[in-house]
Ligand binder design. Structure first.
Ligand SMILES: [Ca+2]
Ligand SMILES: [Ca+2]
Ligand SMILES: [Ca+2]
Length: 546
C-alpha cells in the first residue's frame, strides 16, 4: 500500500493516541506506577536527652524501594540513627520515605515528633556539715538544676544515705557524695552534680601517749634474752616529733617488747584506759623497718598481772607511718578476752610478736578510740606513814624481838609467810627506821625459825599503821610441848582491836594474859596479823617483861 505523506501523518497520530491509551488504561508495554500502602515511621524512644540517640524504623509501604529518614529541628539523622542536638532542645520532626521501584511510586510517612529535653542548669551538692563524728548525721541538699525531677544522693567511702540524710560510719572515713537530679518528664534531662563533696569522719579519741610529753613516758623493755631496747627518739620520717623506738635484735624472745607508762603509781602504769562494751579499740601509729609484720598490744591491770587483754595489728608497709587499729574485742589467739570487770592501766607493745628475727619499729600516738577527752588521772598511791613508829624504850635485856630494827630480832622466815595474803611485803624506810608494808592485808603470818619461849614474858608488843583499816587482829600460836605443828598440843588465841587510829602509828602493848586461849607460851611459833582491807604497816614486834 502506498502511503501518502498525509496518511503517514495520520498513522503517526494514531500511534500516539495508542500510547496515551496504554499509559492510562494499563496497557501491556508501559504500565503506570502504583501508589504504596501508607508508610509509618517510628522511633525506639520519642524523648531524648541532649546528644541522645534512638533507632528509627518504618512499617507499611510496598515494593523494594529504599527507605530513608529525614529529620528537621533539634536532631539529625544518619541511616536509622536519630541523634539529638547537644545544644538545642524541643521538637524534632522525623519522616521516612520509601523510594519508588518499578511498580510503586515513592511514599513519605506522616511526621513523627521526637522531643529533645533541655539540659538542666549545673547541679551542686552540699552537706550541712562536712566534718562528722562517728555515726553522726548531716543533711544533704542541692542547688541549681531545673524542673521537678527527684534528687537522689549516692556516697562512697563508707557513709550511708537515707533520703537526704547522710550517716557517717563508726570509723575514720572520707566519703564522696554525688547528687543526681532526675529528668523531668519531657522538659529537662537528668542532671548529675559535678561537684563531689568530701565528708571527713572524725572518730573521737583520747591520746594517751605522744612521747612528746613534757615529762617523757617511761619505756621498760623486756626480754629474757636481753635483746630488746626501747628509747625515745625523733621521728624517723624527719622533723622534731618524738616517738618510741623499739629495737628487737636477732635471736630475741618471741615475746620481747616494752611497757609504755607515765604514772608514778602503780609501777609501769598509764591512766586507766576505759575500754567498754561499745569502745574496745585503741590506735597507734607504727613505722616498721620491715613490711608485713605483726605488732601486739597488751593491756593489763598494773596492780594485777592476771588481768590482761591482748590483740594484734599488722604493719603492711616498710619505712612509712601507718595508723593501726587494735580491737581488744578480738583478743589474740590463746589470750584472755576483754573483761568488763577489769581495770586496764598498763600497756605493752610487742614488735613482730611470735618471731625471733630482728626488727625495728617506731611507735607514736597511742590513742583510745571512741571517746574524746577521757580524763587521764594517774592513780594516787594510798597513804603511807611519813614518820617512823615510835621507837620502843623497853630495855633490850627484857625483850625477845621478832621484827624490829630497834632490837636485834630472832631469826624468822619470810614476813609475811608464803601462805599469807598478800604473799609478800615491802620495806618502808624512813631515815634509819624500817617498817614492813603488808599491802591490802587480809592475813599475814610471821614464823620464828625456832619457837620462842615466852613463858617468863608478860607483854606482846606491836606497832601498827593503817589508813583505811577498821580493825586489826593478832593471833599467837603456840606449838605446845612437842614444839611442832599439830600433835594435839597446839594452842592459840586471837585478839581483835576495833577502830584502830587511822593514819597514825598505834603502839599495842598487850598483856600476854589477855590471850586467854594461849595456855602454853613456851613454843610460840606463829604470829598472825589480820587486816580489814587496805594497807597495813607493821613495826617492832616483840615480847617483853618488866
Ligand atoms: Ca610523738
Ligand atoms: Ca622499825
Ligand atoms: Ca604441837
Amino acid at each position: 500500500m502506498q502511503i501518502s505523506r498525509h496518511s503517514f501523518t495520520l498513522l503517526a497520530g494514531a500511534a500516539a493516541s495508542a500510547l496515551i491509551l496504554s499509559a492510562c488504561g494499563g496497557g501491556s508495554s508501559t504500565p503506570a506506577p502504583q501508589a504504596q500502602a501508607a508508610l509509618t515511621v517510628a522511633a525506639a524512644s520519642t524523648t531524648l536527652d541532649p546528644s541522645g540517640t534512638t533507632v528509627l524504623s518504618s512499617s507499611g509501604g510496598n515494593g523494594t524501594g529504599l527507605t530513608t529518614y529525614n529529620a528537621t529541628g533539634a536532631c539529625t539523622v544518619s541511616g536509622t540513627t536519630l541523634t539529638a542536638s547537644s545544644t538545642s532542645s524541643g521538637a524534632c520532626t522525623v519522616t521516612a520515605t520509601k523510594a519508588a521501584d518499578a511498580t510503586y511510586s515513592a511514599i513519605t510517612s506522616s511526621a513523627l515528633t521526637v522531643t529533645v529535653r533541655a539540659p538542666q542548669a549545673a547541679l551542686t551538692v552540699a552537706a550541712a556539715s562536712t566534718s562528722l563524728s562517728a555515726g553522726g548525721t548531716t543533711n544533704l541538699s542541692t542547688t541549681g538544676g531545673n524542673g521537678a525531677g527527684l534528687v537522689t544522693y549516692q556516697s562512697t567511702g563508707g557513709c550511708t544515705i537515707s533520703a537526704a540524710v547522710l550517716t557517717a560510719p563508726a570509723t575514720d572515713a572520707t566519703c564522696s557524695i554525688t547528687a543526681t537530679k532526675a529528668a523531668d518528664g519531657s522538659s529537662f534531662a537528668q542532671a548529675t552534680s559535678t561537684n563531689t563533696l568530701t565528708v571527713t569522719v572524725t572518730v573521737p579519741s583520747t591520746t594517751f601517749l605522744t612521747f612528746d610529753e613534757t615529762t617523757p613516758p617511761t619505756l621498760t623493755a623486756f626480754s629474757g634474752a636481753n635483746t630488746m631496747a626501747a628509747t625515745i627518739e625523733t621521728d624517723p620520717a624527719g622533723g622534731t616529733n618524738k616517738v618510741a623506738k623499739l629495737v628487737k635484735s636477732a635471736g630475741s624472745d618471741t615475746w620481747a617488747g616494752a611497757t609504755l607508762s607515765k604514772c608514778a603509781y602503780p609501777t609501769n602504769a598509764l591512766p586507766v584506759i576505759p575500754l567498754s562494751a561499745t569502745n574496745k579499740k585503741m590506735s597507734m601509729k607504727v613505722y616498721s623497718s620491715v613490711a608485713n609484720k605483726v605488732i601486739r598490744l597488751k593491756l593489763e591491770d598494773a596492780s594485777d598481772g592476771t588481768h590482761t587483754v591482748e590483740t594484734e595489728a599488722t604493719v603492711t608497709a616498710a619505712g612509712a607511718w601507718q595508723t593501726l587499729t587494735f580491737d581488744f574485742g578480738t583478743a589474740a589467739t590463746g589470750t584472755a578476752a576483754w573483761n568488763a570487770a577489769y581495770t586496764y592501766n598498763k600497756a605493752s607493745a610487742f614488735p613482730d610478736f611470735g618471731n625471733t628475727t630482728a626488727v625495728t619499729m617506731y611507735i607514736d600516738d597511742l590513742k583510745f578510740v571512741g571517746v574524746a577527752s577521757v580524763a587521764q588521772t594517774c592513780m594516787t598511791p594510798p597513804p603511807a606513814p611519813t614518820a617512823a613508829a615510835t621507837v620502843p624504850t623497853v630495855a633490850a635485856s627484857k625483850v625477845i624481838a621478832v621484827y624490829s630494827n630497834t632490837y636485834t630480832p630472832v631469826a624468822t622466815g619470810p614476813f609475811p609467810t608464803s601462805w599469807s595474803n598478800p604473799t609478800s611485803g615491802d620495806n618502808l624506810v624512813i631515815g634509819v627506821n624500817t617498817a614492813r608494808k603488808l599491802g591490802s592485808l587480809v592475813f599475814a603470818g610471821l614464823e620464828p625459825s625456832a619457837p620462842i619461849d615466852a613463858s617468863t614474858y608478860t607483854k606482846f608488843n606491836i606497832s601498827v599503821w593503817t589508813s583505811t583499816g577498821t580493825s586489826f587482829k593478832v593471833k599467837l600460836v603456840d606449838f605446845g610441848a612437842n614444839g611442832t605443828y599439830q600433835g594435839g598440843d597446839d594452842v592459840e588465841h586471837e585478839l581483835t582491836f576495833t577502830a584502830p587510829t587511822q593514819n597514825a602509828w598505834t603502839y599495842y602493848s598487850i598483856n600476854l594474859s589477855d590471850f586467854t586461849g594461849l595456855t602454853t607460851k613456851s613454843n610460840i611459833a606463829q604470829i598472825i596479823m589480820v587486816g580489814s582491807g587496805g594497807d597495813y604497816y607493821i613495826d617492832d614486834i616483840f615480847f617483853s617483861k618488866p
